[in-house]
Design a protein around this ligand. Sequence first.
Ligand SMILES: [Zn+2]
Length: 69
Amino acid sequence: MSTLSQNTDGFPVDLNGFVRQCAWCRRVADIEGRYRLVSPTLVHGASHGCCEACAIRFLSRGGKKPLAA
Ligand SMILES: [Zn+2]
């Protein structure tokens, strides 16, 4: 048992024990929950979500859906 909340890659984990990583830009959330850490690869066992930047990017883009005929 470790009191340090880090996974084996050294990234901080959330209360559920998961590293939070953006599945799009692969940024990793730090202990404050901000996606400021950069990982070159997908973190094994991470909880893959969407960071704020990517959320904004997709939301702004998702306003218009191409209509399929
Ligand atoms: Zn992102």
